[in-house]
Design a binder for this molecule. Sequence first.
Ligand code: ADP
Ligand code: MG
Length: 269
Amino acid sequence: MLELADISVSLGGRTILDGVSLAVTPGECVAVIGANGAGKSTLLKVLSGQMRPDRGAARLDGCAMGDIGAAALSRRRAVVAQSVALAFPFTAAEIVGFGAEAGGALGRRREAIAAAALAQVDMAGHAARLVPSLSGGEAQRVHLARAIAQLEAAMETLAGGSADGHYLLLDEPTASLDLRHQVETLSLARRLAGRGIGVVVVLHDLNLAALASDRIVALKDGRVLTNGPVGTVVDDALVSAVYGIALPVGRTPPDLPFVLPQTAPVGAA
Ligand code: ADP
Ligand code: MG
């Protein structure tokens, strides 16, 4: 289990996360939603072990994140940050190969895992392209493939193919993607969860969060406002509390909540 126990984070003299608790178990897909600046990316950084909380604890299977070495951590969880800047122009295949290597795969295995991960994000045809020359959405998919390659390699080398105990943390993975690739990326996240990986996906789009996840965690001003199943927690009151806009929540069959900006009362925005 990946968990945050009553964590707080201050940055630049301001409280960014305030008493946040959260637990993610293998096989579930949790969406973290919230307005801009709510603390979603900060939460993901603490959850991934990239940032230490000022108070409280982040733990992986009971072990404090800070006590797990970098190499061991990279065989347990993979992260796609909100924006990834590359200092050197690597090709897509190289970037994804680094992921496979971080997960513990070498030689032919490394190449095979990287190629399969690129294919999973529909980027097989761009393997030799330099990542800085790709479109924003294409580059985003390469970084997702890197994280997938890392987990695939880790699962193979560490756990003999078992996904149990592995986690994928994604910060706005669909932000630059076209409609088809938004849906495909979230389907991929769900399939990975279906194999036993614990997935945490930060999304600012409530509709995509409802589509992608089993459970929604809503952050507001650095606190958890709601944490519960998609079908029960998403309603007009949540939309109003989280985003500060009055939009009626509709339901698509069988029972997925959605909101449309078109239904905003004139002048609401
Ligand atoms: P979100 O991902 O929900 O949009 P973030 O977690 O990135 O929000 O940021 C939460 C708040 O913390 C924002 O108001 C942001 O400006 C602030 N913040 C983030 N990083 C720093 C930092 N290094 N120093 C000061 N404030 C920061
Ligand atoms: Mg963010």
